[in-house]
Structures are given as structure tokens and as C-alpha cells.
Design a binder for this molecule. Structure first.
Ligand SMILES: *Cc1c(COP(=O)(O)O)cnc(C)c1O
Length: 302
């Protein structure tokens, strides 16, 4: 199996009980952000079987999709480069080409061939005929859906469950496509509840979307909240930035603006409001994504 040749092994770090007002028995964080600076967190897990598949089948180009802030896009670019595979990124929005975000600049630096399409065209991202055309145009590329949301992605994300000790009763996970949530939930040994936090407006629709990928006997065991979007996907407030700095000061853990900061903010509010029993032991998954902080780095203490 392919491995990422730099970075650390994931580990579990406890969160100071004063931070959550001693309202539950334990809160800890699974630090997946340390596995690689760019192919970080859940992205590596979702990509690894896809990359292995390409290597095994002598496929030399990977094509995938994402927006201007997509962690998946840049993770794919970096992972492909590590394994000597070419990468093509189909980017949502023609305007993004003349207004490159730090994420897109990194994609280019990792050798990704970016192709900008209109928002309308991008909507065809799951249309078989268009995918076929794109693949043919780019050396019969192997196509990975937006967010790494395929069977191999869910299987790889399932390996995260093996890092979760059985004492935890609740697992908190940020949700983009829900691929990570589904993979983890399907492979959890214990009867824990998985709490999803979607960082976009109206993200509760993901409760339905994810359902088909969750094993039937586990469909009562997850819930996705969308209350903490802070204005929408990729948006933030001064309050959120202050929260990130405070959390770092307290725990030395850097959170990312797009996903994990919103999750931890929401989780703390829920705990303080007494949503979880005093006996709850909550494991928060740090899914990485720290490269997404580049656009606010002057305002962060880390
Ligand atoms: C991509 C990403 C997610 C969302 O993962 P899905 O599997 O698409 O739900 C969550 N957190 C971070 C930091 C991410 O980069």
C-alpha cells in the first residue's frame, strides 16, 4: 500500500476539561492533521486507494474536481506528484483563473494542470458522458469525484475508525461530502454516535445524501448539524478567528478556518448547552485542511 513519506503518525490529544466547563466526561482530539502538511487529515485516507489503483493499473493521469478553496484538489495535486502521477484539476468558476487563491497557486506548484470551467459546466461533474470526454482529453485519466467521494474514498476513510478507542461514545467529524463520516461510521467497532458538522448554509441536506452510503443498521447513529456555518462555506467572522487563536493558545492545536474551527465552536456550544450526557466521551477528528488558513494568516497567532 502506498504511504505518505513525510509527516507524523496520528495521535490522540486530550482537551482541557476547563475548556468545556467539565460538562462531559472527556473530550479529546484525533490529530490527523499531522500526517502531511498538505495531503493532511482525511484527504490522505480518501486518496490512498485511488492512488494505489492508478499505480497498480499503470494509469498515469488523475483528474478531479474542486472549487478555489478545495483541500481535496491540492491534496490530490500533492499526492499525485509524490507518486509520479500527472494530475488535472477541473476548477469551478472561470473567474478563479484570473484571481488565483493560495490553494490554486499550490495546486499549480504541485504540477496540477488546472482547467477552469463555468459554474454551469461544473454542475455536470457527475455526468458520465462529460467525465468520459474529460478523461479522453487528458490521457485517459482516472477520474476521482469532487471531495474524493467514491467507494475507494469511503473505504480509505474507514481506516480512520481503527484509530478510535472503544471508550468514546461520540465522534465529532466535519462534513463536506460526508465521505469521511460514512467511512468512519461504517467501520466503528463501538455503538457511538457520529456528530457531523457541515460548514455551509443549508448543509443539513447532507443527512439525506450520506444515508445511502451508511450501512442500514447504522443509519440511526449519526446526525449532521449546519448551525455553525459563519456566513457560508469558506466564510468566517472575526469571532471565529478569535476562537481559533484562543483554542491554539489553550491547546496548541491549530484549527482550520473552513472546517474544524467551525466544528469545535459548535461542539463547545452544544456541550455548554447540555446536549450531551455527563458520561459522554467525545472524540473530535481533526481532519486537517490547515493550508486553507493561508488567506487569514496575518490574523492568526500560528
Ligand atoms: C475535505 C475536508 C472535510 C470534509 O470531508 P468529507 O469527507 O468530504 O466530508 C473535513 N475537514 C477538512 C479539514 C477537510 O479538508
Amino acid at each position: 500500500m502506498v504511504i505518505i513519506p513525510e509527516g507524523e503518525q496520528p495521535f490522540i490529544q486530550s482537551i482541557d476539561s476547563a475548556w468545556y466547563g467539565h460538562r462531559v466526561a472527556e473530550v479529546a482530539m484525533l490529530r490527523l492533521d499531522v500526517v502531511h502538511p498538505v495531503v493532511s487529515g482525511n484527504k490522505w485516507y480518501k486518496l490512498k486507494h485511488n492512488i494505489q489503483y492508478c499505480l497498480d493499473n499503470h494509469i498515469n493521469t488523475i483528474l478531479t474536481f474542486g472549487g478555489a478553496y478545495s483541500n481535496h484538489l491540492v491534496a490530490t495535486a500533492a499526492a499525485a506528484q509524490l507518486y509520479g502521477v500527472q494530475s488535472v484539476g477541473i476548477v469551478k468558476g472561470k473567474y478563479a483563473e484570473t484571481n488565483l487563491t493560495p490553494t490554486l497557486k499550490s495546486c499549480i506548484a504541485y504540477g496540477m494542470d488546472l482547467q477552469f470551467v463555468t459554474n454551469e459546466e461544473y454542475e455536470k461533474k457527475n455526468d458520465g458522458a462529460w467525465l468520459q470526454q474529460l478523461s479522453e482529453k487528458h490521457h485517459q485519466a482516472f477520474t476521482i469525484p469532487e471531495g474524493g467521494a467514491n467507494e475507494m474514498g469511503r473505504a480509505g476513510a474507514g481506516d480512520i475508525a481503527a484509530l478510535i478507542p472503544e471508550r468514546f461514545t461520540h465522534i465529532a467529524i466535519s462534513v463536506g461530502t460526508g465521505t469521511t463520516l460514512a467511512g468512519v461510521l461504517n467501520n466503528l467497532k463501538q455503538d457511538a454516535t457520529v456528530i457531523g458538522f457541515a460548514p455551509m448554509k443549508g448543509g443539513a441536506y447532507l443527512n439525506e445524501e450520506v444515508r445511502e452510503y451508511v450501512l442500514p443498521d447504522k443509519r440511526q447513529q449519526y446526525i449532521i448539524y449546519d448551525d455553525w456555518h459563519f456566513g457560508g462555506f469558506g466564510k468566517h467572522t472575526e469571532g471565529l478567528v478569535a476562537f481559533m487563536n484562543e483554542f491554539y493558545g489553550h491547546h496548541n492545536i491549530p484549527l482550520d478556518m473552513v472546517y474544524t474551527a467551525k466544528m469545535m465552536f459548535g461542539l463547545r456550544e452544544q456541550i455548554m448547552n447540555g446536549l450531551y450526557p455527563e458520561t459522554a466521551k467525545i472524540l473530535c477528528v481533526h481532519t486537517g485542511g490547515l493550508q486553507g488558513n493561508l488567506s487569514i494568516k496575518d490574523r492568526l497567532v500560528y
